[in-house]
Ligand binder design. Structure first.
Ligand SMILES: [Fe+2]
Ligand SMILES: [Fe+2]
Length: 268
């Protein structure tokens, strides 16, 4: 796979959909990039996908909901793979408000994104909806300090933003169907790149934050960078617990990257 690809939406739970896509990571495989949609009395779009997939992303979204009905756009953080289609979404969803926190709003301003429809979540307060509450939380690891995951009190699903993402050899629909060794290696490889500080973290501190996930006992772990993960929470926690003993991440060096990219240019 040389270019980003979008896939059909998948139902995760009642009124809860994954909007999956994938992007190539040269030399290392592919990475899932998921947005999510919660339908209901006050529909919520969680992140806005890759800009490179703008038109098909909007088509996928509009097949599930009239954007005018969207009440909220929950932004996990301000990285490009999470806010790629924010402007298109806001244009087509005039009634939607953007959910972020103080730092998230600051980064939106720095990026020139509109903040006139932002709802800043106060520390300790959630997004109360008629049929559920999205309880904000910091995932056990992240690459941007404004990161807002959440626990959904209706589905008992846990949205973890970048945490538990994994580099894979090919697209997958179900994290539990990925061979365990591939999932472990892919998760540790991506975590080492995306959150390199994990390997330097005190083992007990890391165990404490992983315990917080364990206590929630989510029915499904919803990462931005892994297909929906049901019934394997303990496996995911175990892989991350091993990160403190892992050395620095191995990434392609400049020469390898040049070869990879020139190969891609030749085949494009
Ligand atoms: Fe990120
Ligand atoms: Fe990300």
């Amino acid at each position: 796979m040389n270019t980003p690809s979008l896939f059909a939406a998948r139902k995760i739970a009642a009124d809860f959909y994954e909007l999956p896509s994938c992007m190539p990571v040269p030399g290392l495989g592919i990475l899932a990039v998921n947005a999510y949609l919660i339908r209901g009395p006050e529909p919520v779009l969680v992140d806005t996908g890759l800009a490179a997939l703008g038109e098909p992303f909007m088509e996928t979204l509009e097949a599930l909901i009239d954007p005018k009905d969207l009440a909220w756009v929950w932004l996990s953080h301000m990285d490009a793979d999470h806010v790629g289609n924010l402007l298109s979404v806001l244009e087509k969803a005039p009634n939607a408000r953007v959910v972020t926190n103080f730092l998230g709003m600051g980064k939106m301003m720095l990026a020139g994104l509109p903040v006139d429809r932002v709802r800043v979540l106060e520390p300790g307060s959630g997004l109360q909806l008629p049929d559920r509450e999205l309880v904000p939380l910091s995932p056990p690891y992240y690459d941007a300090p404004e990161t807002l995951g959440f626990y959904d009190t209706s589905s008992s699903g846990l949205f973890t933003a970048d945490a538990f993402g994994a580099l894979l050899g090919q697209p997958a629909e179900d994290a539990a169907a990925i061979p365990a060794s591939q999932l472990r290696d892919g998760l540790m490889a991506w975590a080492g790149i995306d959150a390199p500080w994990l390997s330097q973290l005190d083992e007990r501190f890391l165990a404490h934050s992983l315990d917080a996930v364990r206590r929630l006992a989510p029915t499904v772990v919803l990462s931005s960078h892994l297909p929906a993960a049901r019934g394997i929470t303990e496996n995911l926690l175990g892989y991350v617990a091993g990160m403190h003993a892992q050395g620095p991440a191995t990434m392609p060096n400049a020469l390898t990257m040049e070869r990879l990219l020139s190969g891609e240019r030749a085949t494009a």
